[in-house]
Design a protein around this ligand. Structure first.
Ligand SMILES: Nc1ncnc2c1ncn2[C@@H]1O[C@H](COP(=O)(O)OP(=O)(O)OP(=O)(O)O)[C@@H](O)[C@H]1O
Ligand SMILES: O=C(O)c1cc(-c2cccc(F)c2)nc2ccccc12
Ligand SMILES: [Mg+2]
Length: 267
């Protein structure tokens, strides 16, 4: 028989297990592929909701980008299929759940995220939605960037077309101001994530709502609690630079004393 390049999957190929979580559009279930016994995560999206949200193009882009990526710290998208009413994404199962639940100070997560961003930016892909809920943990606690729904492949600077939804907390000034943005947008989000890992909440958290957060982001209005170490403060300040070209390059993040100091412990 001719070797099919990509197997045409159907829902019948899978036994569905518990719900792993749900986001704006997708419900994600644990599932086992019957033939191989392989455990995966099956993300189910309703076509009606996709159309109502005008996000089909975004979904196809998410699928196209994420299925093209191969990196230990990036969640694999193995394939997809659809029936009359639903689209199904076959995704690597991250058995340790969301980083969000484990927001303890973990230097290795910053290093793994920086490594994954180095790879993504080398592939000219901007994720644009780096936040704890979209960072999952693999079997050995390794970080996996998930949810490429907001990612773009860019050789030139990109400006946002679709409206932002969800929290502004992790977005850089240039994105909330609707200006051109480049791969350094993800570097800003890394800074927000590092601040949150250390302080337990993001630096510009919606104090009284979106406008408040908007103002604090564009003025880079960050305050550091006393317990934040000098190195941590130094690295965060170098990541949360208003001008995207002034943000510390990823290779220097990996060499920064705040990250370097603990590297030997986690290897
Ligand atoms: N591969 C996976 N392994 C384990 N858990 C997962 C996996 N994919 C998703 N989840 C769980 O389901 C939740 C929602 O998944 P996901 O972020 O992909 O949905 P979403 O529709 O993109 O949500 P949003 O658009 O709000 O980010 C995740 O926060 C996580 O808790
Ligand atoms: O009826 C379709 O042909 C259809 C296909 C897909 C689709 C199929 C594979 C991958 C993917 F990302 C999306 N998404 C949809 C969303 C809304 C309405 C219809 C569709
Ligand atoms: Mg998500």
């Amino acid at each position: 028989p001719t070797q099919q390049p990509y197997k045409q999957w159907t829902l019948n190929d899978f036994e569905i297990g518990r719900e792993l979580g749900h986001g704006n559009f997708g419900h994600v279930y644990l599932a086992r592929e019957k033939q191989s016994g392989y455990i995966i995560a099956l993300k189910v999206l309703y076509k009606s909701e996709i159309m109502a949200g005008h996000v089909e193009r975004q979904l196809r882009r998410e699928v196209e980008i994420q299925s093209s990526l191969r990196h230990p710290n990036i969640l694999r998208l193995y394939g997809y299929f659809h029936d009359e009413t639903r689209v199904f994404l076959i995704i690597e199962f991250a058995s340790k759940g969301e980083l969000y639940k484990e927001l303890q100070t973990k230097k290795t997560y910053v290093a793994q995220l920086a490594n994954a961003l180095l790879y993504l930016h080398h592939k000219r892909v901007i994720h644009r939605d780096i936040k704890p809920e979209n960072l999952l943990l693999g079997l050995n606690g390794e970080l996996k960037i998930a949810d490429f729904g907001w990612s773009v492949k860019t050789d030139v600077q990109e400006s946002r077309r679709s409206t932002l939804c969800g929290t502004l907390d992790y977005l850089p000034p240039e994105m909330i101001e609707g200006k051109n943005h480049d791969v350094n947008a993800d570097i800003w989000s890394l800074g927000v994530l590092l601040y949150e890992m250390i302080c337990g909440k993001p630096p510009f958290e919606d104090a009284d709502g979106k406008m408040e957060t908007y103002q604090r982001i564009i003025h880079v209005d960050v305050t550091y609690p006393d317990f934040v170490s000098k190195e941590a403060r130094d690295l965060i300040q170098k990541l949360l630079q208003y001008k995207s070209s002034r943000r510390i390059p990823l290779r220097e993040v990996l060499e920064h004393p705040f990250i370097k100091r603990y590297q030997h412990l986690s290897n």
